[in-house]
Design a protein around this ligand. Structure first.
Ligand code: SAH
Length: 205
């Protein structure tokens, strides 16, 4: 089923980066999905993971990952761990993945799943990702998997020189995957696909 997913949903739609295709081929997506929905794990759709949150459609995971142009020695920050699936896909490709999840029970579950699968290069923290994770910055790439109205400024600050950041940004009730790049301290953005993600939420401060 995973072979078919990669061929029919990902290669067929134009994803070519072999590191991304290998990762999607390797990560057991069904183990990141609640038991009663496991039979749907390789379908072309997002799925509920509890607490009103979702695991993204496989194609969107592949598309966002490819857009980050990752290298094996990169350090990546993810905001919105959810099931931990995207973090595992990243962990197949890069050196270290730091991931923050605002819903504590999801963070715990994701941490458990990733540990069972022996992803020792993924580090999950429960909390509001708005301020990033300063201790491990700068990051070669940052991926935000919940939709904010604008990119939290500290996340741009924590991006390395030459770094890439992908985010489903909401403009006039429509979300677009937007790729930010930082070069010589200048930040450029480029609008990519129209998408539908759960909202970026905040902890009251
Ligand atoms: N990447 C996930 C998909 C997660 S859905 C996966 O592969 O399964 C988006 C997640 O972002 C949700 O779990 C939601 O709780 C979380 N989220 C929303 N706002 C957040 C914030 N401010 N900080 C951290 N996580 C946040």
């Amino acid at each position: 089923m995973r072979n078919d997913m990669v061929e029919q949903q990902i290669v067929a739609r134009g994803i070519t980066d072999s590191s991304v295709l290998d990762a999607m081929q390797t990560v057991p997506r069904h183990l990141f999905i609640p038991d009663q929905l496991q039979s749907l794990a390789y379908q072309d759709r997002p799925l509920p993971i509890g607490m009103d949150q979702t695991i993204s459609q496989p194609y969107i995971v592949a598309y966002m990952t490819e857009s980050l142009h990752l290298n094996p020695d990169d350090v990546v920050l993810e905001i919105g761990t959810g099931s931990g699936y995207q973090a595992a896909v990243l962990a197949e490709i890069v050196k270290e993945v730091y991931s923050i999840e605002i819903v504590t029970s999801l963070a715990k579950q994701a941490e458990f799943t990733l540990k069972q699968l022996e992803y020792s290069n993924v580090h999950v923290k429960a909390g509001d990702g708005y301020h990033g994770w300063k201790e491990h910055a700068p990051y070669d790439a940052i991926i935000i998997t919940a939709a904010p109205l604008s990119v939290p400024p500290e996340l741009i600050n924590q991006l390395a020189e030459g770094g890439r950041l992908i985010v489903p940004e909401e403009k006039n009730n429509q979300q677009y995957l937007t790729l930010y790049t930082k070069n010589k301290s200048k930040v450029k953005s480029k609008r990519l696909l129209a998408v539908r993600f759960v909202p970026f939420t905040r902890t009251k401060e």
